[in-house]
Design a protein around this ligand. Structure first.
Ligand SMILES: Cc1cc2nc3c(=O)[nH]c(=O)nc-3n(C[C@H](O)[C@H](O)[C@H](O)COP(=O)(O)O)c2cc1C
Length: 374
């Protein structure tokens, strides 16, 4: 399964794993893939602790860090000196409070509310360019970070140049061929072509259509990773056939015992069918694929307020997520997941997922290679 990107990053298999969970990043990397830690759910201080832990456990191997650098965001909220949690407009705050009250979800205790407030303030502005910069500054203190990836637009050229100056490769996620053009223009090293099937922020174009389009735009010098809808070796073989040098995966790791999801969230995950992974704006104010719940659907009803821009919608969502979690209300529980969720029925381990992906890829390659002589 080796492709040129394996040499470039010093890895054994071009299986990239996006996860917010340090254990997943370490286990994938130790199993020969490339783990990338999603930084956005961590305050800069937490990120420092997570990266230190990864450094200590990853056996000297390289790994990556991912940030969100949105083009459209709430500039006033980013610049304001008030705590970000206090900037959420009353209309949206009351909408969520009323929904949870009507559903009988108890409010947080004073102690839990104080802890939630601290947590939300800590990560509050991560989903703005300045917030992303703070997270990157933390990553730069960790020499085993060999790849920084950005989503939600081409990263600024100065940032790409700065990271290159430090010997770090830069990746970027795209959902359209035009995005890939902009990413090529700023000098990114790896483009992740992410189809609509994916969990998290997604566009409308399917992986099968998008990957060859992006490969053509990227040209021979920029490797493309296929993302969205990949949870099996057969899909890795398909990604290579489409011209990708590797795969970038997210949802499949959520069902592992190493994943950060709570037991209730895992139950929701294993019960969900592919069609339950819907595109909604509930989480960040930008279209993202997530598990449908009563809370995500409430925002779709007539009379619901407009979604806020990053970072405010995200803070609102996370505050509600904490309250829903404490009340063990699976019917209100939404979190990002892609259509492959329909294949995930029970807890497994990162090592098992890696083995299954590789074995099914080998079986597929053996099955299809004779077709050439038919
Ligand atoms: C729980 C979850 C959170 C995600 N958060 C981010 C994120 O913060 N930054 C990012 O670049 N991509 C994020 N993504 C998208 C992944 O990077 C990846 O492109 C996607 O999961 C691939 O599709 P798949 O889910 O079908 O494997 C997230 C995906 C999931 C499932």
């Amino acid at each position: 399964m080796r492709t040129p990107i394996c040499e470039r990053l010093g890895i054994e298999a071009p299986i990239f794993a996006f996860s917010h969970c340090r254990d997943v990043v370490v286990e994938v990397t130790k199993a020969g893939g490339f783990g990338v830690l999603g930084a956005v759910t961590h305050s800069p201080e937490q990120l420092e602790r997570e990266l230190k832990w990864i450094d200590e456990h990853v056996g000297g191997r390289p790994y990556g860090v991912d940030v969100l650098i949105p083009v459209v965001y709430d500039r006033e909220a980013e610049a304001s000196t008030e705590e970000v949690i206090d900037l959420i407009p009353a209309e949206q705050r009351q909408f969520v409070d009323k929904l949870l009250d009507a559903e009988g979800v108890p409010p947080l205790s004073a102690d839990d509310a104080a802890e939630a407030r601290r947590e939300l303030i800590g990560r509050g502005r991560n989903t703005t360019p300045l917030g992303a910069r703070r997270l990157i500054d933390v990553a730069l203190r960790h020499p085993q970070v060999k790849l920084v990836v950005s989503a939600l637009g081409a990263p600024p050229k100065e940032l790409v140049d700065e990271l290159h100056g430090r010997g770090i490769l830069v990746g970027s996620l795209c959902g359209k061929a035009e995005h890939a053009k902009a990413q090529r223009a700023v000098g990114v090293d790896i483009i992740v072509a992410q189809g609509t099937e994916a969990g998290g922020h997604t566009g409308q174009i399917a992986t099968m259509v998008l990957v060859p389009q992006v490969v053509d735009v990227a040209g021979p010098d920029i490797p493309v990773l296929a993302a969205g809808g990949i949870s099996r070796g057969r899909q890795i073989a398909a990604a290579f056939a489409l011209g990708a040098q590797g795969v970038w995966t997210g949802t499949i790791w959520l069902g592992t015992r190493e994943s950060e999801l709570t037991p209730m969230e895992k139950e929701v995950l294993f019960k969900a069918k592919s069609e339950d992974a819907v595109q909604r704006k509930w989480m960040t104010g930008k279209t993202g694929r997530m598990i449908r719940s009563k809370a995500s659907e409430a925002w779709e009803q007539p009379g619901a307020p407009r979604h806020l821009k990053p970072p405010l919608q995200n803070i609102l969502y996370h505050g509600a997520r904490i309250r829903i979690e404490k009340a063990h209300r699976d019917d209100l529980c939404s979190f990002p997941a892609g259509q492959v969720v329909g294949n995930m029925k029970e807890e497994t381990s990162v090592r098992q997922v890696m083995q299954d992906l590789m074995q099914e890829y080998i079986d597929t390659a053996e099955r299809i290679s004779p077709l050439i002589n038919l």
